[in-house]
Design a protein around this ligand. Structure first.
Ligand code: ATP
Length: 401
């Protein structure tokens, strides 16, 4: 299938379906179609864009190539609810079902863009894109310029299009071609207003149904209220009496509360004076507290200083105690040494006496030995003299011989 835009060319008479702006409605500016984008809609698996330039746009292609699907998409995006008009049995039928090696699509989307420079559509945008989506879950979405809206919003926005735009189905063309000229004009006029009229009729039918429901409810109410009229009159009388009593009560309450108010105002005055005095007392107490705070701070400072001095004194006393303890220890040590020395002196005196005795003994021994030595020396000398005499006698004997 191909899309061509032969500007100014007449639509081919054999074209089975087409969409065009009404040539007999130029008095009012009509929003021109700019673009139709399809994605996953019927035979349009991938994103397909139909750009409608000024002039005539013809979509041509062989049978079954998807030309009617384009017209279906336009009907669908503008809110068509009848499956028959879309040549489908259920919503899912408009979603690409797969084929030619492509997997089925999960969603069908069609977006129709209008030129709204003249603000023909009641929305303050120069371009308006109306879009519709359908999912296999059955969920449907409507969007106007990308924002999610309700179907009603699309219907209200495009209600006026019925007077300027018309989708003519294949059957209608056949019918038109087989009719006489006057019948054909009537058919087109009827068809042209049909969309707008259909909407108005639906609206009127809805309000009619609402009105009928309201009047039924009213009739029911009247039927219900009739028998209760007397009791309602009694209730109304009681209500009036109650209203009078309520006025009296209000007056009594006004006087009573006026008195209470005067008493309360006097109490307020007294309390206010007491509050002022109490506030002054609070201020004075606060000043006193501030002063006490200052004094307390200086007392704390003095206490801290005294504490430091006491700590220093403690340290000195501990050092002195240590020195006293050490001096005592040294004194005890000296006394001990003194006692030991005394004991040693006594021992030494004993030793000296023993030694003196020994010296005396040894001296006596020496004297004895000296005497013995002198005797020995005398004996030695006598022996030597004897020896010398014997040697001289021997020499004389040898000489005589
Ligand atoms: P004709 O001139 O015979 O009316 P046409 O060109 O208008 O043909 P359409 O009727 O628009 O063609 O398109 C029909 C084609 O769309 C068929 O081939 C059909 O298989 C295909 N089609 C319809 N619905 C779907 C879908 N959900 N998924 C895939 N293809 C679909």
């Amino acid at each position: 299938m191909t899309a061509t835009q032969p500007a100014g060319a007449a639509p081919a008479p054999s074209s089975p379906s087409s969409l065009w702006e009404r040539s007999d409605a130029p008095s009012a500016p009509a929003p021109r179609l700019i673009r139709l984008e399809l994605r996953g809609f019927k035979s349009f698996a991938t994103r397909t864009v139909f750009a409608f330039e000024p002039g005539i746009t013809a979509v041509v292609g062989p049978n079954g190539s998807g030309k009617s699907n384009v017209a279906d998409a336009i009907r669908w995006v503008l809110g068509e609810q009848g499956h028959g008009a879309l040549r489908a049995k259920r919503t899912e039928d408009v979603i690409f079902a797969g084929g030619q090696g492509r997997a089925p699509a999960g969603m069908a989307e069609a977006a129709l863009t209008f030129d709204n420079a003249e603000r023909w559509l009641p929305i303050d945008f120069a371009e308006v894109t109306v879009a519709r989506r359908a999912y296999r879950t059955g969920e449907s979405q409507y969007l106007i310029n990308g924002r999610r809206v309700r179907l009603k919003d699309v219907a209200l926005l495009t209600a006026s299009l019925g007077q300027s735009h018309l989708v003519v189905g294949q059957g209608l063309v056949d019918a038109a071609l087989s009719q006489r000229a006057e019948e054909r004009r009537g058919l087109f006029e009827h068809a042209a207003d049909l969309a707008g009229l259909r909407l108005k009729v639906a609206e009127a039918e809805r309000s009619l149904a609402e009105t009928e429901a309201n009047s039924t409810r009213l009739a029911d109410l009247l039927g219900e209220l009739g028998p209760r009229l007397r009791s309602l009159e009694r209730a109304a009388r009681q209500a009036r009496e109650w209203q009078g009593l309520r006025e009296q009560l209000r007056e009594l309450q006004r006087v009573h509360y006026g008195r209470l108010l005067a008493i309360a105002e006097r109490a307020v005055t007294t309390t206010a004076a007491a509050a002022t005095a109490a506030a002054a007392a609070v201020d004075a107490a606060r000043e006193g507290a501030d002063r006490l705070g200052v004094e307390e701070a200086s007392a704390i400072r003095l206490m801290e200083e005294a504490r430091s001095i006491a700590i220093a004194h403690d340290a000195r006393r501990s050092a002195l105690d240590e020195r006293v303890r050490r001096a005592g220890y040294e004194r005890d040590l000296a006394a001990e040494r003194h006692a030991a020395l005394g004991r040693r002196r006594a021992d030494m005196a004993d030793t000296q006496a023993a030694l003196d005795e020994q010296v005396t003994g040894v001296s006596r021994q020496l004297e004895r030995l000296g005497d013995e030595l002198a005797e020995l020396e005398a004996a030695t000398r006598a022996g030597r003299a004897d020896v010398a005499a014997r040697q001289a006698a021997g020499v004389a004997a040898r000489a005589s011989r």
